[in-house]
Each structure stands twice: as C-alpha cells, then as structure tokens.
Design a protein around this ligand. Structure first.
Ligand code: SF4
Length: 116
C-alpha cells in the first residue's frame, strides 16, 4: 500500500515540505486539506511548523511543568503561571497560546491543540 503524500507550500519559508506518515510517530496532525498524518512531534519543530500563537492548547489541563523553585507552569513553554507547588495552584481547562513558537519540548509539542 502506498503512503499518503501531500505537498504543502509555505510562502514564508520559501520551501516545499512533503507530508507523509512517519514510521516512528507520536502524534497525529490534520492538514488544511483535512488529510491526517502521523508524524514525530519534533519534526514539526525542526521544520518550523510549530507556530500556534492564538490556538487553543491543552497546556495546563493535561500537562504541567514545575521548576526548581516549585513554580507551576502550564508547560515547558511557561505560557501560563499557575501558582506554586507547595502553596497552591490551579489547573486550566486549556489555554490560548501566547508564544511565537512552541518550546521544542516533545511533551509540549505533543499536546492536543487546534486553531480557534
Ligand atoms: S507554546 Fe506550545 S505547549 Fe505552550 S501553549 Fe503554545 S502550543 Fe501549547
């Protein structure tokens, strides 16, 4: 069986990316065309496809990051400060991404996200 293959033109990057299913994958993406692909999350970061500013993201709902001073954030990206691990913090139901690019951390990249 042949793999799905799509050409995506990214004007800003002046390059052509080939989307296909990776044999080693950890997330599923849906392209603008509606096609879905299973890819390795860091491939998105390495190809500068991790610009999700303004998207809804599950950081703070299904993921937390606690730093060495026990500050609690919604992810490695520190999109939201949620409080202090010893003094109290609140989980989110999800967040609006405020970052220009995702953190490059696999766990942040793998979080469920969608365009508003
Ligand atoms: S930087 Fe990544 S993990 Fe953080 S809120 Fe934005 S999309 Fe989510």
């Amino acid at each position: 069986m042949s793999q799905k293959l799509e050409i995506l033109f990214l004007p800003k990057e002046h390059k052509i990316l080939q989307f296909n299913n990776h044999s080693n994958y950890n997330c599923e993406i849906t392209a603008d065309s509606g096609e879905t692909y299973r890819v390795y999350a860091n491939w998105l970061h390495n190809n500068k496809l991790d610009n999700w500013k303004g998207w809804q993201c599950q950081a703070g709902a299904t993921r937390l990051m606690i730093d060495k001073n026990f500050n609690v954030y919604s992810g490695e990206c520190k999109n939201d400060h949620l409080g202090h691990a010893l003094e109290g913090f609140n989980m989110l139901n999800g967040t609006l991404c405020k970052q220009e690019t995702c953190s490059g951390c696999t766990d942040d990249l793998m979080l469920s996200k969608n365009e508003q």
